[in-house]
Design a protein around this ligand. Sequence first.
Ligand code: GTP
Ligand code: MG
Length: 195
Amino acid sequence: MIIRNINLETVCGITSKLPENDKPEIAFAGKSNVGKSSLINALMNRKSYARISATPGKTQTINFYNINEEMYLVDLPGYGYAKVSEKEKIQWGKLIEKYLHTSKQLRAVFLLIDIRHEPSANDKMMYQWIVDQGYNPIIIATKLDKIKRSQVQKHVKMIKEGLQLVPGTTVIPFSSETKQGRDEIWDLVEREFLN
Ligand code: GTP
Ligand code: MG
């Protein structure tokens, strides 16, 4: 994808109305701090257009990034952030669920998992939840630069087994530091979801 222009077009909080877009949407889910906003920046060729932070819980809204007036990259709020109240967690869950359930343009959901760690109970729940909403999530194994090259296959296997992925599910290792995996993600999006 050649990025000609980007625009953070819609920001939805827990009380906002979701937009009724008429272009394809690709959404990114994953626990807080896993690297969703960093991945979106890498896809947009920007350093910090999507706000990123070492403190978990940075993105607390659903953010719709319009790409070339052609499609949207959708940054979902991260789950598993301890400092959020129970009530807020439930409201977020409901908002994400409503989005996954009602968006007419959502073509694919990517679930981000830190390549270093076994998927958590929350990761497993999120995976199952996305599957239950009728999507077959693509897995991005983030922070690839944090492990040795010789360990990559082992960690990918750990993620596949931990999430009990539907056979044939795509897992793409990715690093926002080196941008490894970026082109593969765009190729997949353009090939499978933009026509
Ligand atoms: P929330 O908005 O809180 O849900 O987090 P997020 O998933 O959007 O994570 P974000 O992109 O803000 O990144 C969290 C932290 O991880 C930041 O300090 C990033 O610099 C770092 N980070 C993200 N991706 C990578 C990566 O591929 N490699 C390394 N080394 N660090 C990364
Ligand atoms: Mg974020």
